[in-house]
Design a protein around this ligand. Structure first.
Ligand SMILES: Nc1nc(=O)c(N)c(NC[C@H](O)[C@H](O)[C@H](O)COP(=O)(O)O)[nH]1
Ligand SMILES: [Zn+2]
Length: 164
């Protein structure tokens, strides 16, 4: 049966499709959702916000702008039962050196309770992604929403040069 999680992951994948293809990152879509009422608090996709931004980061930037606060202050306004859907698991390291999204999530305190991911990050750019363990150690549940791996990866890597 189509779970609510697949519905949100499909929405996230549709967002990822808006991302301009690039060989050095993944095209990812993300949604911040208030679990009790299932209200979408913010949507985002890779490179949506100016600069070299990630999908999860774009959600945070947009929501912070809406509340006229800094991104790192979002923990003060996010509902206690906020969850994040992202087609590719949050990054723990970025080749650009920008702050990884796991750190962005962790600094929001106990507001983000669960992170739903469509796929684990491939090891192409930064080797094995150890972000999941960092989040679980901080009490954040990480749930793999199965069944969409192939299409998520197809969208995520659309800007990559085919492996020769
Ligand atoms: N979860 C996630 N959301 C994104 O929006 C995105 N682009 C990635 N991609 C992860 C990948 O590891 C980094 O894109 C590379 O490490 C290059 O780093 P930059 O993106 O240039 O900072 N991962
Ligand atoms: Zn990231």
């Amino acid at each position: 049966a189509l779970s609510i999680h697949v519905d949100y992951m499909q929405q996230a994948l549709n967002l990822a499709r808006k991302s301009p293809p690039k060989p050095t990152n993944y095209r990812v879509g993300a949604l911040l959702v208030e679990r009790k009422t299932n209200t979408v608090l913010a949507t985002g996709y890779t490179l949506e916000c100016e600069g070299n931004t990630h999908a999860e980061q774009s959600c945070f930037i947009k929501l912070a702008k809406e509340h006229d606060i800094l991104e790192e202050q979002l923990g003060d306004i996010l509902p206690k039962e906020t969850v994040l859907y992202t087609t590719v698991e949050p990054c723990f390291k970025r080749l650009s050196g920008n702050l990884p999204c796991v750190q962005r999530i962790l600094r929001l305190g106990k507001t983000i309770k669960t992170v739903y991911v469509g796929v684990k990050e491939p090891e192409k750019f930064v080797g094995e992604n150890t972000g999941r363990k960092q989040m679980e150690d901080a009490g954040i549940e990480v749930v793999l929403v199965e069944g969409m791996e192939r299409e998520i990866l197809e969208v995520a890597t659309a800007g990559h040069v085919p492996e020769s």
